[in-house]
Design a protein around this ligand. Sequence first.
Ligand SMILES: Cc1cc2nc3c(=O)[nH]c(=O)nc-3n(C[C@H](O)[C@H](O)[C@H](O)COP(=O)(O)OP(=O)(O)OC[C@H]3O[C@@H](n4cnc5c(N)ncnc54)[C@H](O)[C@@H]3O)c2cc1C
Length: 488
Amino acid sequence: MAKISVIGSGFSGLSAACFAAKAGNDVTVYEKNSAIGGRARSFSEQGFMFDMGPSWYWMPDIFESFFSEFGKKASDYYNLVQLEPGFQIIFGKDDVLPLPASMNGIEEVFEAIEKGSAVKLRKFLAEGKYKYNVGMKHLVNTPSYSWLEFAKPDVIKGVFRLDVFRSVKSHVADHFTDPRLRALMEFPVLFLGAMPDNIPALYSLMNYAAISLGTWYPMGGMVKIVEGMQQLATSLGVKFRTNAAVDQVMVEGGKISGLHVNGAKESTDGLIASGDYNHVEQRLLPAQYRNYPAKYWDDKTFAPSCLIFYIGVNKKVKKLIHHNLFFDTSLDVHSKEIYENLSWPSDPLFYVCAPSKTDPHVAPEGMENLFILIPVATGLKDTPDVREEYYQKVMKRMELLCDDTIADHVVYKKSYCVNDFVNDYNAFKGNAYGLANTLRQTAVLKPTLRNKKIKNMFYAGQLTVPGPGVPPALISGRLAAEELIKNI
Ligand SMILES: Cc1cc2nc3c(=O)[nH]c(=O)nc-3n(C[C@H](O)[C@H](O)[C@H](O)COP(=O)(O)OP(=O)(O)OC[C@H]3O[C@@H](n4cnc5c(N)ncnc54)[C@H](O)[C@@H]3O)c2cc1C
């Protein structure tokens, strides 16, 4: 039985730990924070429960496939409900576009806005389904050491249908004219941390995921997934060490021999590093064993960081539903500020999650727990004054667009931004979602899963393959565990 250490207890670390333990190893997860879950931790204050990070449960098939590897189902751990509508986009006070759960409902919404668009949507989603099936079967399920791994009959046969050489933006523009439909169809790829004009149309598979597979919610919050995975891991014998910051990785004879955890040495036969890749390489590993120099990271395009407000409101906000996108300002201007100018946004789009609309247990009766998220560039100077300025800005807009008084009813408020991502997760430049999934940062072109100089060390998580998001993190953990097991 080999001793395997996992740095980090986010989704990728939890997944890696489960797979490594299932293969018969003695697995310990080291987590620097006091709670497990990484970016998906939660906290409770004054009767309000807040998921700190992910809030969208998309691709339920990937979660099912994870649990099925262990003879389990997601429903063994949490109760999943489908949201109806899945989400709404607020373009103006009287201009709101809800996305119904059923295909008939969605087609009616499209037809009402643009005649003939329902047929185009069907075609768009059929292509998205093809990309999703090939992509999720072949493209993400490989360690991506070489392009040859993708030379599978399905991929070769359908290479043009996979649409890697044009952007999502132009693909959407070929089908829809109305700016609101275009915004709706471009929105799902924002999850991949890149703009629709800079991301291959292959990723319209995200539309299939968002529109056809539906938007779901685990009752009790996203943290229920973390708790379920922890329960599964524990049943497989995984040990969890919290408040356990790894401060050094020890290499002897070209192999990882141990870790320094809060200054004490722990021996190990193999390592899966699921904490921020840059931090592990630049801070924990001796220079000669790093895959990449510091400059490599400076040249990468990062997905945005974000400014978040966790808000408790002592009344119900009528116009909000579970997921609300405030798209009443320009996405193009906001994206330039994130990716080109790297500056605080002038008039940002923002997102508000109100899980209390679905779940009575996450806020006191008659109240709301709101999560407000503004995407911002990585590496910004983050001060209390700037945070407050944006709080006032988005609160005013939310009040105006919801036609409601909210600020006066706020009874709990906490902010979270770049500095917190750095302090809590050792996140490079305070990134929230890892690297942007642009064509030049896809698959083989991402920071690699393996340490090229140390046989028994692999990386997992949102900075390596397949990329950012909860479903990719589950897959990344599995790939890293499978590769390590072959190499110890
Ligand atoms: C605000 C926000 C909203 C998001 N929304 C969604 C969403 O709605 N849907 C979706 O699918 N995805 C979403 N994502 C993305 C998704 O949450 C992440 O991609 C995923 O959770 C990353 O998991 P991970 O395991 O790679 O990293 P992490 O969750 O960051 O886990 C890494 C862990 O390593 C620990 N660590 C770091 N250094 C050390 C060290 N030296 N010693 C010990 N431990 C260490 C960290 O504390 C952390 O717990 C969101 C992310 C954020 C931040």
